[in-house]
Design a protein. Sequence first.
Lengths: 360, 303
Amino acid sequence: MYNLDKDIDKMPKKSPLSLQIDLQKFEKATEEEKRQQDVMSESVSFFRDGMRKLRKNPLAMGSIVVLILIVAMIFIVPHVVPYEYSQIITVNGKRDKTATNMGPFQYSEKEQAYIDEGGKIFPHIMGTDELGRDYFVRVIYGTRVSLTIGVFAALIVLLIGVLYGSISGYFGGKVDLVMMRIVDIIYSLPDMLMVVLLSVVLKEVLSVESIPALKNIGTNMLSMFIVFGLLYWTGMARLVRGQILTIKQNEYILAAKVSGAKSSRIIRKHILPNCISVIFISAALQIPSAIFTESFLSFIGLGVQAPMPSLGSLANAARAGLSAYAYKLIFPSIMICLITLSFNLLGDGLRDAFDPKLRR
Amino acid sequence: MAKYVGKRVLLAIVTLFIICGITFFAMNAIPGGPFDGEKAVSPEVKAAMEKRYNLDKPVPEQFVIYMTNMLQGDFGISLKTGRDIKTTIFESFKVSAKLGGMAILVALALGLVFGSIAALTRNKLPDRLIIFFSTLFTSLPNFVLATLLLLAFCIKLKWVPVWDPNHPNYILPVIALSAYPMAYITRLTKTSMLDVMGQDYVRTARAKGVARLKVIFKHTLRNALIPVVTYVGPMTAYILTGSLVVEKIFTIGGLGSKFVESITNRDYTLIMGTTIFLAVLMVTMNLLTDIVYKAVDPRIKLD
């Protein structure tokens, strides 16, 4: 073996009998030619490439901005606005009975009198409800409740679905067969109907008063989580199992095995990057559907417990005085639409950017 | 094919049995019996009543009795009104079936038309508009849409009269129910049309000079319809559950509002009967959808 770097100027003479290529026939590369071989752009990782694609998608970026704004509002508004979601408005320490059903930025007579005397009252940005509670704070709390339910439901689905699906996909054979038949049956149950039924029952059966940690959540919300955990993970389990099965059969996995890669490396480098994005995207898309379900349940009276508001129960309560106080319907409706629309658009954008199969 | 149908029917029956089981045992898990009302009943009367309704027997036996009665078409009587549940369900379902049927037809017809237009004008203005609106409609819960429609057209503009059982006006409830499935079908049709339009046989048909409309209807749309067929089952389920809130909002006395009413009244026998009835409808529709899907798509191998 010749060290080409060192001995490049004194090319060895080719023995006339050798079949080797005569190195002296080669020309040395010029500096310019060498520079052409340099890597001009740095290598792009999978994540970076996806983010770059995502950044070019105005709809997805707009959704991110909207979602960040909503989350920021949820955290900031309760500290800025001096009202509680269950607090009936009091003026100067006295309950104000006239401050019900006010329009946005209106003040009641008592409040007006108090302001005229030089007192300060925080404006009711969205007016007040029929019991005289500040509606803006209620909408913000409702958003918080709805979003929390959405995120937790998605996490439950992610956890159960990934565990179940990967066990089924990993073991295969009879275990897989039995586990997937169970999924088939749960999948073919009419989900909304079962949600309604289970919510009715769990609401009556569960007693959370005994467990202090669960007391704050309330029976209805707890039963909602149980229902999500019982029914909605099947789609995720199927997805995970399918992903693992198809990826396991690819030639590059075989190639990696043949070239002696350890299974930890195969899982880390080949299986995970190919399915984790799909799994996360479908988990993200669970959030709006959970918010849909929650608002539907709240609407038919099976949602979160009063006085805690959720967007669905606010919209339901707004039907009572619909003709006179339409704004009470409009505000929570806009909030639900903004959240679900943003999550849907973001999910679509993420799928376009990160799904390896959709890449071109 | 027969084997496939047999397998699917079997799965459907197992599913229905499980649903009945869940419904029955869940309802039984609720504390308190039907005779624990405000008025105290003497123990003898209570025992007689419980004997009359077979409530003195163990729960599994009650389940067998309930199932046998149900298979003979007897759903029992409502706890609150004392009326026969079967008649209540069938009478209120007449209204709901009409409403739901119209919503399904509207969603299918408009969804297919809009989806085809979007696919044929890809990346042009009509496509963009259609996709924008279908994204919007898929993000709008049906109860919000229904209440907004009621507010705008019934209360503010007074274009449509409020629901009257004698002179029913189905426009607004049908729009509210069909908006989401329509938007979904639109998107489904568009992707499936685009998929088919890229196929070789469509290019061949165009190259040999087949008229444009004939290519669209005979070669493209017919094949693009197949994925849409699969959505009919889930759509029925969506519309049936959607009718719960939409009927409540428009004060239509259909099965949906009866169901919600029974939930608020804690009328457990009615909840049980309605749940099982709706579940049978949904599972049957899913079964039919699956069978039709396999029948119309020659590419799918039957096993």
